[in-house]
Ligand binder design. Sequence first.
Ligand SMILES: [Zn+2]
Length: 68
Amino acid sequence: MMTLNIQLFAVPFRKVSKTRKRMRRSHNAIVAPSMVKCPNCGEAIKPHRVCPKCGYYKGKEVVSKKEA
Ligand SMILES: [Zn+2]
């Protein structure tokens, strides 16, 4: 059976054109995480996750949080 054995080597930076470097880095941007407001406490939370502040998800308390 034929095996594809590809080794990736470091390429000297002058051998990579500005365009090629910029094209590669076009996917490297960091995007801010999307946040929604918790309908129970109003805290900014990530969607589709239990609220880390009040422990509510879909209108029910699923993780009990002790009140400080
Ligand atoms: Zn909440």
